[in-house]
Ligand binder design. Structure first.
Ligand code: AMP
Ligand code: MG
Length: 482
């Protein structure tokens, strides 16, 4: 089997990865294939379903044309720096040019131990792999930049997790690149400045080609990455998404969401919401994400200093300005997202933020469901106040807020529905679908995937996905590195 790869990472960035062929799987079996994405990538679903295709998707045998490798990267994990992380259970198979001519990585996760594995087994198991499938597709349906799953395969090998035997699985994931903040940190920490420059020029050629060869390109590049990330985090916040492990190795240069480990969507609105079992301090809580994203971007800025000026000290003032500008960029993005959700035109930062925060404070005070509250506002715009009253009626501040909102609203209820999703990956539904899938019943997962393709349009067949978890679902805990 030959795939028409064009492997720029392998070709241009020697010394920044280690060749790695994947680990043979005893019995690679296709579990799920994203046919629409395959077509978008100009990969034939029939080829991917063939024994050679499945072997590739499982990391078991590489086709002609691949330049398989494990990437080097570093990262701040929960604030502490690890100078060497890298693809410990992942590999880049190759790059394809999609139907629109965009370069996309075909990457595997769970494909065996690499030289970067440290103490890990290099494996992944089916539940978490399908979780990445579900959340990546949901994000895509929501219009939020994200890596996406091309396929999930089982390897036929048992993998031990928490004293239990699970089904080994591999996620084939597509990204517009796997360049991370941590990739830059790796070479900066080693003071390998020539490589750092090569990496930055590669990233620019790939993500900001208009900056290629320009004099101030590294500073401009930093500015672009900050812009993409601030826009991304504002989108996360606007749908109630909590990434859960925003370490610098899990933050892309492209502005795509990556690494769906302990992530979750909030039901009740709560800025302090944390789901990850290891985030005991709430570092990556729902409401902290903008701040932590900026912290990560400051680490990128630091890593680019030697490229911005010969003497990094000289670059500090202008880099400082760019980093400080991130806060305002985020505020603007957030204002846009939430003004749209409320169906009001923007009229000025202070007034807009007061209206937005006024509503969010009402939700927090009553632990109201975030997703349903915005849909209820659209109902109110159509003249039906029952849903909103049911969610928020106990608060005496509601009437005053509604009055102000009604005076400013210009969008119709139907227009508001188009930016306020009804179907999000609610934790209880995701959990139930994954448990069923692990037992061989894919129907609940397919049901969710069908709904997530268009999360904005109410359809009777998805009524079961509208509601928050039952009271006995309890607090939800997610786990890393599974
Ligand atoms: P993550 O928390 O998934 O972003 O991973 C952080 C780092 O740990 C990366 O370098 C991963 O490659 C590595 N890692 C996570 N799980 C495993 C595993 N089971 N085996 C080897 N390396 C792993
Ligand atoms: Mg990661």
């Amino acid at each position: 089997m030959t795939i028409d790869f064009d492997n720029s990472y392998a070709r241009d960035l020697e010394g920044m990865y280690l060749p790695f062929d994947g680990a043979p799987a005893p019995e690679p079996t296709l579990y799920w294939l994203n046919e629409a994405l395959a077509e978008e990538l100009r990969l034939s679903p029939e080829t991917l379903r063939s024994p050679e295709g499945v072997a590739m998707l499982a990391g078991s045998a590489m086709p002609d044309g691949a330049s398989p490798l494990a990437m080097a990267y570093a990262g701040h994990q929960f604030g502490g720096f690890s100078a060497q992380l890298g693809d410990g259970r992942a590999m880049l198979v190759g790059e394809v040019l999609d139907r629109e001519g965009h370069r996309r990585d075909l990457h595997l996760k769970g494909s065996g131990r690499t030289p970067f594995s440290r103490g890990g087994d290099g494996k992944a198991v089916l539940g978490p792999v399908l979780r990445e499938v579900l959340i990546g597709e949901a994000m895509t349906g929501l219009g939020i930049p994200s890596t996406r799953a091309l396929a999930a395969t089982t390897t036929g090998e048992p993998v031990w997790r928490d004293g239990q035997q699970k089904q080994g699985a591999v996620l084939a994931r597509i990204a517009s690149s796997h360049l991370r903040v941590g990739t830059f940190q790796f070479f900066y920490a080693r003071q390998e400045i020539a490589r750092l420059r090569k990496l930055a020029d590669y990233a620019i050629a790939r993500h900001d080609p208009d900056l290629t060869g320009t004099e101030d390109r590294y500073l401009a590049f930093l500015h672009r990455v900050i812009g993409r990330q601030m826009a991304l985090v504002a989108q996360w916040v606007s749908v109630g998404f909590v990434h859960g492990v925003m370490n610098t190795d899990n933050m892309t240069i492209s502005g795509e969401t990556i690494d769906y480990g302990p992530c979750a969507f909030i039901d009740a609105h709560d800025p302090a919401a944390v789901f990850s079992s290891i985030d005991s301090q709430g570092r990556y809580a729902y409401g902290n994400q903008p701040l932590l994203a900026r912290w990560n971007l400051a680490r990128l800025a630091e890593s680019l200093l030697p490229l911005i000026a010969e003497n990094p000290q000289d670059a500090l003032p202008e880099v400082q300005v760019v980093i400080e500008g991130a806060e305002a960029l985020y505020a603007t993005e957030r204002r846009q997202r939430f003004a749209e959700k409320l169906g009001v035109p923007q009229s000025g930062a202070e007034a807009d933020d007061a209206l937005i925060d006024g509503f969010l404070n009402l939700l927090t005070a009553q632990s109201a469901d975030f997703t349903l509250s915005f849909r209820a506002l659209a109902d109110l715009a159509r003249g039906d106040e029952v849903p909103l009253r049911a969610l928020l009626d106990r608060d005496p501040r509601l009437d005053a807020w509604v009055q102000e909102w009604a005076a400013r609203r210009t969008a119709s209820g139907d227009q508001m529905d188009r930016v306020n999703p009804l179907y999000i990956p609610r934790n209880h539904r995701v959990e139930a679908a994954l448990q069923a899938a692990e037992q061989g019943d894919r129907a609940p997962m397919e049901h969710l995937l069908d709904a997530f393709r268009d999360p904005f349009t109410k359809r009777p067949c998805f009524e079961d996905l509208e509601t928050p978890p039952p009271a006995d679902f309890g607090s939800y805990i997610t786990y890393c590195g599974t």
